[in-house]
Ligand binder design. Structure first.
Ligand SMILES: NC(=O)c1ccc[n+]([C@@H]2O[C@H](COP(=O)([O-])OP(=O)(O)OC[C@H]3O[C@@H](n4cnc5c(N)ncnc54)[C@H](OP(=O)(O)O)[C@@H]3O)[C@@H](O)[C@H]2O)c1
Length: 337
């Protein structure tokens, strides 16, 4: 299990106070024991890297029990003029914000593959592995073709972070098998579809049978409501939720536990990245295992209908999925957004 920190970013939804964030992180550390808590952050989650650095500094024992993965998400407008200096500036800034000597993992995102320079950029990131600034290099939102190009260029990619859930099974149409063959771990976000695949989404203001956006949506919910529409809209969502609920009842677990167990059971999947919960909720992770016939029942209920390759809809900046993205959050050497 990896806990995601996009939720801590001020632009994500109803703000998290520092106290609320610290309490959620404290609970997540406890839930991860006797293992270490792994957090997923990014250079563009305005203020979240610094918040994590401050939190770890204020709790020495928890620092030893916590590992942070971050990302390198260069601004779209900077891609044509990408340079080694830009890469180093952003990565060293993450290290300074997180107050660590070595960044455990930096995950590389590239908005637009029609703009060249991404292999070279990945190579500049790989130099930081050799220098001991970064321990592992990951990719995020890479489909099979582009991931193969990175690997064939000799870039040591340890993992690829992609969206995978019962509603969005695009990675299971080739990418997962490819990752298994090439030894790349899939780290999967969107497993709860921002809350749509949890008991919570039956509550007012968060209704699962209303895939249309609501004013109180977090950015994550807005993103996954669009995915739910692609997957077949309200009917598909209701059927998926009913199947999750039925399996959850059988296991005496929560719908979130089943939704995550489904993802963890897929080929090449090493971890589910589940957003930190304002309510301090945790997920059973690998403690809950689904039988093959249970997986079959879930898949029968949830149509595999999201079209195209991994991150294909999102990569199209004119699509509804592309239009809700924020492309220039790093702003060169700008301080925390
Ligand atoms: N690489 C990328 O492009 C990318 C894109 C999106 C996300 N991510 C990463 O993935 C992480 C997860 O974000 P996501 O957008 O995919 O959201 P998600 O994990 O599908 O949903 C997160 C929401 O689910 C609720 N939740 C958490 N645990 C729960 C539980 N046990 N039971 C019921 N509800 C629970 C929380 O809401 P409450 O606060 O209401 O409990 C939380 O805000 C992000 O923080 C980020 O690190 C990466």
């Amino acid at each position: 299990m990896i806990r995601g920190c996009w939720q801590l970013s001020p632009g994500h939804g109803a703000g998290w106070s520092r106290e609320l964030a610290a309490a959620a992180l404290d609970r997540a550390v406890e839930a991860a024991r006797p293992g270490r808590l792994v957090l997923d952050c990014a250079d563009i989650y305005g203020g979240a890297e610094r918040l994590l650095g401050d939190w770890m500094a204020s709790r020495q024992t928890k620092r030893d029990e916590t590992v942070v993965h971050t990302k390198f998400v260069p601004d779209l407008k900077s891609l044509p003029s990408m340079s080694r200096e830009y890469v180093r500036e952003i990565v060293f800034r993450s290290r300074e914000r997180l107050r660590v000597d070595v960044l455990e993992m930096v995950q590389f995102h590239w908005w637009d593959f029609s703009i060249s320079g991404w292999i070279e950029t990945a190579d500049w990131l790989a130099e930081l592995l050799e220098e001991g600034v970064v321990r592992h290099l990951g990719a995020t939102n890479f489909g099979q073709r582009r991931l193969a190009e990175l690997l064939d260029a000799g870039i040591p990619v340890a993992s690829n972070q992609v969206q995978l859930s019962l509603l969005d099974r695009r990675p299971l149409r080739g990418l997962a098998q490819f990752c298994q063959e090439r030894g790349v771990a899939l780290l999967c976000y969107g497993t709860l579809a921002g809350g749509l695949l949890t008991d919570r989404s039956a509550e007012p203001g968060n209704e699962a049978d209303a895939p249309k956006r609501s004013a109180s949506d977090t950015r994550s919910l807005a993103k996954y409501r669009l995915i739910a529409e692609e997957a077949g809209g309200a009917t598909a969502l209701q059927r998926t939720r009913a199947a999750l609920s039925e399996a959850a009842e059988r296991h005496g677990a929560a719908m979130a536990d089943v939704a995550v167990a489904y993802v963890l059971g897929q080929p090449a999947v090493d971890a589910a990245v589940v957003g930190l919960s304002r309510r301090g909720l945790t997920v059973a992770g690998r403690k809950l295992r689904l039988q093959p016939e249970e997986v079959e029942r879930l898949e029968e209920a949830a149509p595999d209908a999201v079209p195209g390759p991994v991150y294909g809809l999102e990569r199209d900046r004119r699509s509804p999925h592309g239009r809700i993205m924020r492309y220039d959050q790093n702003a060169g050497s700008a301080p925390d957004a």
